[in-house]
Ligand binder design. Structure first.
Ligand SMILES: [Zn+2]
Length: 263
């Protein structure tokens, strides 16, 4: 049993070498799941993490805990929002709503020590076409990320679908220069068929993530947290053997896909 665990650990270590700077390690010997942790193989390497979201709040709700861990570890974190959430209140104009939600995103990013950027698309009307693919590829390549996190594209919200696929094209066109992970939001209502490959223990940053989520005051954050994200982080925690976790799907590079223990 012990020998098996050691072999497993080595296997994960070897896999981690393939992706360069992310260290993957199981939380305990008996745990079969891999854990993506905010530390590097080369301790002095500063990573640039880009987290893409359709609306202000998506990156925070989907992976605010993981981003807090990255920025705490000294890595650079950028949130790239496709839109400013301008269509979220029919009582307000797009300009008013965009201003309000940009302000909320700024407050939220401050809590997580992230930089906010906007891709200039319009809430509820995001576009996936040749021009937008070229724009997104240029933007992402220009940011020189080590890792990109984006929304899982199988989702009931069309803006989330677009947000999942634009960075996927950027990843393919940049010849898979960065690591690509997908995150989930409002699973059960929005994200669908999400089967995680990696988990991050967010127990130590849970309260800070909550603070970042609750900064999006116009979005009923307390209700959304209680109905979706609290049960989700606890469920992912159960899967990973920790109190609360965020879960991801790692889109592996070709060489990593052909790497199964014992073969
Ligand atoms: Zn959204």
């Amino acid at each position: 049993m012990k020998k098996r665990s050691t072999a497993r650990r080595n296997f994960i270590k070897l896999s981690a070498m393939g992706i360069g700077s992310l260290a993957m390690a199981p939380v305990a010997e008996a745990m079969p799941q891999k854990h993506l942790v905010a530390s590097t193989n080369k301790r002095d390497t500063k990573l640039h993490i880009v987290c893409v979201g359709a609306h202000p709040g998506d990156p925070e709700f989907g992976c605010g805990g993981t981003m807090a861990k990255y920025s705490d570890a000294g890595h650079r974190v950028t949130f790239l929002y496709l839109t400013r959430g301008e269509a979220s209140d029919p009582q307000k104009t797009y300009t008013e709503m965009a201003a309000l939600r940009t302000k909320e995103a700024a407050a939220s990013c401050k809590i997580l020590n992230a930089v906010a950027m906007y891709a200039g698309q319009i809430d509820g009307n995001t576009v996936l076409d040749k021009t937008r693919n070229e724009e997104m590829t240029k933007m992402i390549v220009g940011l020189q990320p080590d890792i990109v996190f984006t929304q899982w594209p199988i989702d009931s919200h069309p803006d989330h679908q677009v947000t999942g696929l634009l960075p996927l094209t950027a990843w393919v066109r940049s010849e898979r220069k960065f690591d690509l992970y997908f995150y989930e939001v409002n699973t059960g209502s929005e994200t669908m068929v999400f089967t995680p490959t990696d988990y991050v223990d967010i127990t130590s940053v849970r309260e800070r993530k909550k603070e970042a989520m609750f900064a999006h005051k116009t979005q009923n954050p307390v209700e959304t947290y209680n109905n979706y994200f609290k049960p989700l982080e606890e469920f992912r925690g159960l899967e990973a053997g920790v109190k609360v976790a965020e879960a991801f799907i790692h889109f592996k590079s070709k060489s990593q896909r052909a790497n199964i223990m014992g073969l």
